[in-house]
Design a binder for this molecule. Structure first.
Ligand code: PMP
Length: 420
């Protein structure tokens, strides 16, 4: 067994490392919602690889398919060549995900990560409309490359670029404004005012539930109005479902219950199914004006990821999977409400929906403290929001009730130990 020793990370890895600080141990093994470290200590995973492990660690079916594929010398890397693994994925994605939801999208593989799909979406919106500006929202997070960062409404993340970024307008997200000022009224005024010198933007980009920004869920009516405004002004609506998609909020796409049909959808994280890098950009067929090669990336043909992604879609063939997520989400909501009522000292409010919920504490630093103590007790949980004011429950969708309850107990013990 390897030693539980963090010295090599401190010695040679850049100061940019982050999770190793929040979760200071060496992990060696993981299965569904459990992880183990080099001392054999067991952890409950309420983090799910920041949303990349919605089906838990080492899903047995995906593992079997992957091992079989590798043992049969399946193609591993293929850029955008046609492969059997990719064909199978596309067929199943169309049959199991798009068709039953009456969605007609073209699919592109923009590169392996979330930021790659956002970049391709921004490029496509500019190319289709011939316009440059993008409207994004406060507390939104879209990635770390210059384009995706430029639409990220969080100054501390943008600080990594060192310089101001261009061509974006950041508007207050839903629920961040008071009764006298509604973002969308303001936005319409702004679009109508030809004399303002503000050009009609190419696109708006948003997360329906902001993950990194503090688990801020937009109301469905708000999303519907955003959709209407976009249609009225010929602005493309980009939904970044990198974190909120693939079942995280209770339906495959986070926008389904709002009844909207975005022009462009960004998917990554759990779309690969097994924690393997894969990203998809979906867009309405009439937007497909790319010339061959205009957006590419070496690792857009990750065949092992196609194998696990295809297998992961099997979960969605059976309605009971989706119903199960929604049922288990209720337990999360109930638990969080119980915590804020039972422990008023938290000064907490419950946020989010589905398997994307958390508590925002008004007490400076308390949420981060809860996550820190929980980790010592054996629970992996992240905080989010500009001031880390939210602790975020992000278990795999495949967790059972027992696992959820074990996690809940550790959270309650941590809260109790901090406010006693
Ligand atoms: N969009 C959203 C909504 C995200 O949460 C993230 C990652 N946290 C990204 C984009 C960027 O994805 P990646 O880190 O894979 O580039």
């Amino acid at each position: 067994m390897i030693k539980n020793d963090l010295s090599i990370f401190e010695e040679i890895e850049s100061n940019v490392r982050s999770y190793v600080r929040g979760f200071p141990t060496v992990f060696t093994k993981a299965k569904n919602y459990k992880m183990w470290d080099a001392d054999g200590k067991e952890y409950i995973d309420f983090f799910s690889g920041a949303g990349a492990l919605n089906y838990g660690h080492n899903d047995p079916k995906m593992k079997e398919k992957l091992v079989e594929y590798i043992m049969n010398d399946g193609v591993t890397h293929s850029l955008d060549m046609a492969t059997e693994a990719k064909a199978e994925f596309l067929k199943k994605f169309k049959e199991v995900i798009l068709k039953p939801r009456n969605l007609d999208y073209k699919v592109m593989f923009p590169g392996p990560t979330g930021t790659n799909t956002v970049e391709s979406a921004l490029k496509l919106a500019r190319k289709v409309t011939g316009r440059t500006d993008i409207i994004s929202f406060t507390n939104g997070f879209h990635g770390m490359t210059i384009g995706s960062l430029s639409v990220t409404g969080n100054a501390s993340k943008r600080a990594g670029a060192g310089i101001p970024l261009n061509n974006t307008v950041t508007m207050p997200f839903d629920n961040f404004v008071n009764e006298e000022m509604d973002t969308l009224d303001y936005l319409e005024r702004f679009l109508e005012d030809n004399g303002s010198g503000v050009d009609t933007p190419a696109a708006m980009i948003l997360e329906t539930v902001q993950g990194e920004g503090g688990i801020n869920a937009a109301r469905f009516e708000w999303l519907q109005r955003v959709d209407e405004i976009c249609k009225k002004w010929g602005i493309l609506l980009i939904v970044d479902d990198v974190q909120a998609g693939v079942g995280r909020t209770g339906t495959f796409f986070s926008f389904e219950p709002a009844g909207i049909n975005p022009d462009i959808v960004c998917l990554s994280k759990s779309i690969g199914g097994y924690g393997l890098p894969l990203a998809l950009t979906l867009f309405k067929p009439e937007l497909d004006i790319w010339n061959p090669g205009e957006h590419n990336g070496t690792f857009r043909g990750n065949n092992p990821a196609f194998i696990t992604a295809t297998e992961s879609l099997t979960y969605w063939e059976d309605k009971s999977f989706e119903e199960g997520i929604q049922e288990k989400s209720k337990l999360i909501t109930e638990f969080l409400h119980e915590m804020v009522t039972k422990y008023p000292e938290l000064e907490g409010n419950v946020r989010g929906r589905g398997f994307m919920q958390g508590i925002e504490s008004q007490i400076d630093g308390l949420s981060a403290k809860v996550a820190e103590v929980a980790f010592e007790k054996g629970l992996i949980m992240e905080t989010s929001g500009v001031n880390d004011q939210v602790f975020k429950l992000f278990p795999p969708l495949t967790i059972d009730e027992e696992g959820l309850k074990r996690g809940f107990n550790l959270i309650e013990e941590s809260i109790k130990s901090l406010i006693a």
